[in-house]
Design a protein around this ligand. Structure first.
Ligand code: PEP
Ligand code: MG
Length: 746
């Protein structure tokens, strides 16, 4: 970097800081800044455009364009050169603007006489705030040094905008984080909640973007990087770090030692930025690249760099994760992402969770479901928009977050919450009643669980027991394989908490989307059809044996029910059952107390098992239909792929007929049968399942009330007839006929 530009850039930042020092109103500050930049860079025009709303930019200050155009000229994202800079978050540098692709002439500005154009995005950590533009009559491209100087200034402008330095009249200059904002995401756990924001990782605020003494700033940066490096090395030296963590730390070390990264930050400092502003500038660039990277490896490395930059900023600013703020009494957690263990640490204190990343099938989602906390994932901009303490309403029915809601939203939302509360109360009144239908049938309703945290729901929901205990959750929320004694203690506590109600333990169901962090991942082309569940258990029986032993010991004389997941053929059941028999024999030899009774069953999750020999149905202790998997294999539609999943309805005649066939086969051999997929918890689906003969349904605890309420008001004979008629008519799906019937019933 030539000395001249370097000192020019520093001088410019110095003048900028002086201009900001007074307590001028926002507009006066912006006017001064545009004047100053045009003067320093030597261009006729300098303009600042800020976002008025997510889609529209507004000219907020200008030196050189028609002053009457200020707050009048607006463009949409992507419109004209300025709109393009904002949309792509990339610089546009052209000697002949009117000829550049995308150019749009704004007559009120009088800009037609200016040939060269340089537009730089004003952005902070991936949050686009506006565009800084210089223009001149002389047809020339701007040099790399000029671009660089403008980028540094844009970064400072972004920081100042965030700090509220440019607040003035009109929405483009409104105070940030003060307007109501509606964010959309995907529902991962239903429910509605009102509360106040608690940021999992409070953002670091840089209050001193400009510094006079580059040497001092170099020193600060070097010291901070050193502190970071030592910290990472220490972590790596710790034996407790597992392989995957070690890989992440290695990536950190790579960046901490990266010459390019350090060099760029040093350049930024020599041009007048403070050490923290330099780190943030590089972090912003990395975030912008992250948004554009198609390659997942590159995206991951950029995410590592982002994390590293956050740590560095915390060291430099002295702002730890603990800002000293008190957690609100009704916290709604906002994070980019969160692990299951961290979420368990917060526990039930949270009223809701909003994640920018995350996914419906993630472990954190499983935990949120277990804790019955509404969770929205894929909520874009959540960590950028929300501030600690902001009032927020989470609509976990629609997947909408109302941040700083206005009065009309608050009223409507509270009505919705009141209606839900009334429904819950209605269900509470039938909690201790059975699900007896009008035609005199009884349907047993049990709940699905997987964590200790689920068990209090046994009491509250009125479930008759646990129809599916997903044991893999205990494996998923840990960093290492749990020991037999730990598992045994846990299963024992589960049985204690159930207080004599039956609990069906499903053995480890891993593979597919459930990957244990401490097991070598299998690079399979189709994991859902791959080495999973009982297939793993039979091929590598060590863990299965350990688990069966833990279960027998936990029962300690009490009845024990065990079910094997994903059994696709008779032989897999007999092999798994043989493992159970061996485990019992071993425990007997060791003199352990054996379960009073033992029942061993299988999950029917693949169509093949429905056609197994009759002997299988006679032999198996019981069957439970895993509707989530069964449906995905019946329709050949990935349960995690929203696009195809939604095409196929559970009430499709083909699928219902298939389930009915399973009910018949079980009837012929007196094999106890239940249904434990998500559909069991949907009242209309549950009603149809009961009508075609299922007498045992296992579901999320929150679904028991609504399902029971509908069953108690229904006559299964009538519903059966509605289904038969629909089938007879040739309907593809019985849902319309059922809905019509329910409407008639009121
Ligand atoms: C199912 O497949 O329906 C089931 C209950 O198991 P999981 O959802 O855990 O695969
Ligand atoms: Mg399954």
């Amino acid at each position: 970097m030539p000395e001249r530009i370097e000192s020019e850039s520093r001088k410019l930042l110095g003048r900028l800081r002086d201009a900001m020092a007074g307590d001028d109103p926002g507009q006066a500050r912006l006017d001064k800044i545009t004047h100053l930049i045009a003067d320093s860079i030597g261009t006729e025009v300098c303009s600042i455009y800020l976002f008025r709303d997510e889609e529209t930019l507004e000219l907020c200050a200008t030196e050189g364009l028609n002053p009457n155009a200020v707050h009048q000229t607006r463009m949409r994202l992507g419109e004209g050169l300025v709109g393009r800079v904002a949309q792509r978050r990339q610089i546009i540098n052209t000697a002949n603007a009117p000829q550049a692709s995308g150019f749009r002439y704004m007559p009120e500005t009088g800009e037609e006489v200016f040939s060269s154009f340089l537009g730089v995005p004003v952005q902070r950590l991936g949050d686009a705030m506006g565009v800084l533009v210089v223009q001149s009559k002389e047809a020339r491209e701007f040099s790399a040094d000029e671009i660089y100087a403008l980028e540094v200034v844009a970064m400072v402008l972004a920081e100042m905008t965030e700090l509220g330095a440019f607040v003035g009249e009109g929405s483009a200059m409104g105070a940030r984080h003060s307007q109501p904002s509606m964010l959309r995401g995907t529902v991962a756990q239903e429910g509605v909640a009102e509360g106040h924001i608690w940021l999992h990782e409070p953002r670091v605020v840089v209050t001193n973007p400009i510094a006079d003494d580059p040497h001092r700033e170099f020193e600060r940066l070097t010291e901070a990087v050193e502190e970071l490096r030592v910290g990472v090395d220490k972590m790596l030296a710790l034996a407790a770090v597992d392989k995957e963590q070690a890989q992440v730390l290695e990536a950190y070390r790579m960046f901490a030692n990266s010459k390019g990264w350090m060099r760029r930050m040093e350049e930024d400092i020599s041009n007048g930025l403070s050490a923290e502003a330099a780190v943030e500038k590089e972090q912003s660039l990395a975030r912008a690249r992250m948004g554009q990277a198609n390659d997942s490896y590159l995206r991951e490395r950029l995410a590592d760099l982002d994390d590293l930059s956050n740590r560095l900023l915390r060291i430099l600013t002295g702002q730890g994760s603990d800002t000293g703020a008190d957690m609100p009494v009704d916290p709604i957690l906002v994070a980019r992402n969160i692990g299951p263990a961290e979420l368990l640490d917060y526990g039930r204190s949270l009223k809701g969770i909003i994640l920018e990343a995350g996914s419906v099938g993630s472990h954190a989602a499983i935990v949120a479901r277990a804790l019955a906390i509404p969770l929205i994932v894929h909520t874009e901009r959540a960590t950028l928009e929300a501030l600690n303490g902001d009032h927020v309403m989470v609509d976990g029915e629609q997947g909408i977050v109302h941040l700083r809601p206005d009065d009309t939203v608050v009223t409507a939302f509270r009505d919705k919450m009141a209606m839900q509360a009334a429904a819950v109360e209605r269900y509470a009144s039938i909690r201790d009643k059975s699900a007896a239908t009008l035609c005199g049938s009884f349907v047993s309703l049990t709940m699905n669980a997987g964590l200790m945290a689920d068990l209090p729901s046994l009491e509250g929901s009125g479930a008759e027991g646990v129809g599916l205990f997903r044991t893999e959750l205990q494996f998923l929320v840990r960093n290492q394989m749990p020991r037999r004694s730990e598992l045994s203690a846990l299963y024992s506590r589960v049985l204690d908490a159930a207080g004599g109600k039956p609990v069906v333990f499903r053995t480890l169901d891993i593979g597919s989307d459930k990957v244990l962090p401490y097991m070598k991942p299998n690079d399979e082309p189709n994991p859902a059809l791959g080495w999973r569940a009982i297939r793993v258990g039979l091929d590598k029986p060590g863990v299965l044996r350990m688990q069966l032993q833990a279960l027998i010991r936990a029962a300690n004389g009490r009845p024990l029910t065990v079910m094997f997941p994903f059994v696709a053929q008779y032989e897999e059941y007999t092999q798994a059952k043989a493992e159970m028999d061996k485990a019992m024999a071993r425990e007997r030899r060791l003199g352990q107390v054996l379960p009073e009774r033992i029942s061993v069953g299988a999950m029917l999750e693949t169509p093949s098992l429905a056609f197994a020999p009759t002997k299988f149905f006679e032999e198996v202790g019981f069957l439970s239909i895993g509707g989530n998997d069964l449906k995905q294999f019946f329709f050949a539609a990935d349960r995690e792929n929203e696009r195809v999943r939604r095409r196929y309805d559970t009430l499709n005649v083909s699928f219902l007929s298939f389930i009915e066939r399973i009910v018949e086969r079980c009837g012929q051999t007196d094999t106890p049968l239940s249904f434990c997929g998500e559909d069991a918890g949907r009242p209309v689906e549950a009603l149809c399942l009961a009508a075609i003969g299922l007498r045992s349904l296992s579901m999320r605890p929150a679904s028991i009330g609504p399902v029971k309420s509908l069953l108690r008001r229904s006559n299964l004979e009538d519903v059966r007839k509605v289904i038969a008629d629909a089938r007879h008519r040739g309907d593809m799906n019985v849902r319309p006929a059922i809905m019509e019937y329910l409407r008639q019933q009121g």
